[in-house]
Design a protein around this ligand. Structure first.
Ligand SMILES: [Fe+2]
Length: 203
């Protein structure tokens, strides 16, 4: 049995327009809770009896379902917090890729913001390895996503992400999100995935 997942600490101390209390509730309580629960699920899977597997109800079924939920919750939140703490100015390779696929940064942002208003959970700018292009994907819960796509920029639009600071004024939260995007972090993801080479078909 492994040691389990260890919650990642924040890389920033404060954000522009998003309060410390909002971040603390979200990161310190919610996110860390997901990590703890994922460890608990994985531990219980070690001893769950495979012979009792059943699609209506079984321990294996419940644990496997919630493992997906908690795993996505953990990684989506880690990606979200890690792509905050910057100056909000789109730059580098990601700016080029967005311009190629969406026509301009402005058109991309308009679509991403609209997705942010329309979604109930997440908006993810992702690279799809099938069609080799970027998409703004929306999801209503942690377990809804597109297979074989890699998240590059992650936005959490659950109410818990902004209610303390903005009430139900989600558009104001989106302004704050955009002002704090760490585009260097997004560019690191683009580099690590070798997306440019993949688009050119050299890998
Ligand atoms: Fe969240």
């Amino acid at each position: 049995m492994g040691k389990g997942h260890v919650a990642k600490e924040l890389k920033f101390t404060e954000l522009r327009g998003i309060s410390k209390r909002q971040i603390e509730e979200h990161h310190g309580t919610l996110y860390k809770g997901y990590v703890r629960k994922l460890n608990e699920i994985e531990e219980k899977l070690q001893t769950a009896d495979p012979a009792e597997a059943n699609a209506t109800f079984s321990q294996i079924r419940e644990l496997k379902m919630e493992k997906c939920f908690a795993t996505n919750a953990m990684y989506l939140h880690e990606g979200y917090f890690a792509n905050l703490g910057g100056d909000g100015k789109a730059k580098g390779k990601i700016a080029e890729l967005i311009t190629q696929d969406f026509g301009s940064l402005e058109r991309w942002e308009k679509d991403f913001r609209a997705a942010g208003i329309a979604a109930r959970g997440w908006v993810v700018l992702a690279y799809n390895w099938y069609d080799r292009r970027l998409h703004n994907y929306s999801s209503d819960y942690h377990t809804q996503g597109i297979w074989n796509s890699s998240p590059l920029l992650i936005l959490d639009v659950y109410e818990h992400a902004y209610m303390i600071d903005f009430g139900v004024a989600r558009a104001k939260y989106l302004d704050a999100f955009f002002a704090n995007i760490d585009w260097d972090e997004v560019n690191k993801r683009v580099e690590a995935l070798r997306i440019e080479a993949h688009r050119k078909g050299t890998i």
